[in-house]
Ligand binder design. Structure first.
Ligand code: NAD
Ligand code: UGA
Length: 469
């Protein structure tokens, strides 16, 4: 029986390993983590992450060939294949702060693997890492290896949150990069055999290590670039009377461009797009390619511009002040169908409104009050560095309430901001909401989920992204 151990039981490690266990009954999969609370949750009825379809997959294999454990060293030493899926956040201090990936967690995992291993192993980079990381990891592993052979593979993950199980069941591609040596090729074959249990062979792409590492950063950069492109167009649409949905539809009909990922929004969020592009920018700068670095930097700049533009539009249309006004924020997660708030645009929008002294009433079906208060108290990039947590000032705290119902959030509000495209927001009783709001009742739709005309007919003053007033 092949034994797989995955270090890191997060948004990637947990779902990915659960699907491997489901699809490969002859493989034993153990997911390990230093976080006791995370492992306890994986072993409970209340999994640590919300992801449609995940509960069913975990229930089918947990205790059979899928295990979650804090006994990191034991399971690493027993495994044939070790996936490393630890977090790789943006550095907040020192060389490359604000851009480079912080590989502290990765390095400590690699040192531990080197220390506890007693047999040959395949070590798989699942985390997103800077191109050439495998070279550094190889050095760490072989330095202490006592004659043990390690083969490093790069097998980046392309799942998106909210659709992780679908993406893992039927991936567009699985990418495996390895050394172009007989040992490297043998390791690629071994990992390919795992995926071949359910992924058609033509979807498994094998490359050299550096192509695989860089392809992951490139894929995220291309995806984010599409969003910044359509968001840049949304500003021009607002200025000219064009409708960004119509423009995106017309542009996306060209099969060379394609229709997906052209939804204008308040800005992209999530733990990876910004982090990975900043990392790409840093790598370009380190390789003496400032023009390439600047090109990709613009994707982030447009995203920041879009979030600022949204806040400015709210304040300017509400007679240039939101001071003391109740604003209902519907949605806080970075996208629908997840409770994840990492780098959600809602943080920047809420902070912008708080700076203008608004009183916020926030509702998200999957995000807790504790999480929201925590997110609004952190500085940029600090969310994955818990030591930097500073409690919100009492003044700011009293200006934020978190409620469990959209009707409660909007009661007596001057304005509504939709910041996540949860399906339930499309079907709210907006007449009832309107009746209970201050007038004029403003609605700022940061996700283009409502029909502006229908709401205007009720009496709302509606601002949608990239649509005529
Ligand atoms: P996460 O923060 O949810 O999970 C990482 C886990 O690793 C944490 O539970 C942490 O406790 C654990 N960990 C850290 N150091 C450890 C160590 N030395 N030993 C044992 N456990 C350790 O992160 P994530 O969202 O799962 O992302 C992981 C990686 O995958 C990142 O590099 C990310 O860029 C990449 N990625 C994420 C996504 C996504 O949708 N979240 C998609 C593709 C790729
Ligand atoms: C993204 C990629 O889609 C995954 O392929 C990748 O594996 C992952 O990053 C990663 O490396 O972490 P994720 O961030 O989970 O996945 O979710 P997306 O669906 O890509 O959405 C990211 C952000 O862009 C969200 O805030 C979303 O609302 C926004 N978005 C997306 C738009 O504003 N418009 C769109 O058309 C699409």
């Amino acid at each position: 029986m092949v034994k797989i151990c995955c270090i890191g039981a997060g948004y990637v490690g947990g779902p990915t390993m659960a699907v491997i266990a489901l699809k490969c009954p002859s493989v034993e999969v153990v997911v390990v983590d230093i976080s006791v609370s995370r492992i306890t949750a994986w072993n409970s009825e209340q999994l640590p992450i919300y992801e449609p379809g995940l509960d069913e997959v975990v229930k089918q294999c947990r205790g059979k060939n899928l295990f979650f454990s804090v006994d990191v060293e034991k399971h690493v030493s027993e495994a044939d294949i070790i996936f490393v899926s630890v977090n790789t956040p943006t550095k907040t201090q020192g060389l490359g702060a604000g851009k480079a990936a912080d590989l502290t967690y990765w390095e400590s995992a690699a040192r531990m693997i080197a220390d506890v291993s007693k047999s040959d192993k395949i070590v798989v980079e699942k985390s997103t890492v800077p191109v050439k990381t495998a070279e550094a990891i190889e050095k760490i592993l072989t330095h202490n290896s006592k004659g043990i052979k390690f083969q490093i593979l790069s097998n980046p993950e392309f799942l998106a949150e909210g659709t992780a199980i679908e993406d893992l069941f039927s991936p567009d591609r699985v990418l495996i990069g390895g050394r172009e040596t007989p040992g490297g090729q043998k390791a690629i074959k071994a990992l390919k055999a795992v995926y071949a249990n359910w992924v058609p062979e033509e979807r498994i792409i094998c490359t050299n290590l550096w192509s695989a590492e860089l392809s992951k950063l490139a894929a995220n950069a291309f995806l984010a670039q599409r969003i910044s492109s359509v968001n840049a167009m949304s500003a021009l649409c607002e200025a000219t009377g064009a409708d960004v949905s119509q423009v995106a539809h017309a542009v996306g009909k060209d099969t060379r461009i394609g229709a997906k990922f052209l939804n204008a929004s308040v800005g992209f969020g999530g733990s990876c797009f910004q982090k990975d592009i900043l990392n790409l920018v840093y790598i370009c700068e380190c390789n003496g390619l400032p023009e390439v670095a600047n090109y990709w930097k613009q994707v982030i700049k447009v995203n920041d511009y879009q979030k600022n533009r949204f806040v400015n539009r709210i304040v300017s249309s509400m007679f240039n002040t939101v001071s003391g006004k109740k604003i209902a924020v519907l949605g806080f997660a970075f996208k629908k169908d997840t409770g994840d708030t990492r780098e959600t645009p809602a943080i920047d929008v809420c902070k912008g409104l708080i700076d203008d002294k608004a009183k916020l009433s926030i509702y998200d079906p999957q995000v807790t009050e504790e999480q929201i208060q925590r997110d609004l108290s952190l500085n940029k990039f600090d969310w994955d560095h818990p030591a930097h947590l500073q409690p919100l000032s009492p003044a700011s705290k009293k200006d934020i309430t978190v409620v469990w119902d959209a009707y409660e959030a909007t009661k007596n509000a001057h304005a509504i901001c939709i910041l996540t495209e949860w399906d339930e927001f499309k079907n709210l009783d907006f007449q009832k909401i309107y009746n209970n709001m201050q007038k004029p009742a403003f609605l700022f739709d940061g996700r283009n989920v409502v029909n502006p005309q229908k709401l205007r007919d009720i009496g709302f003053v509606v601002y949608s992204i990239g649509k005529p007033l």
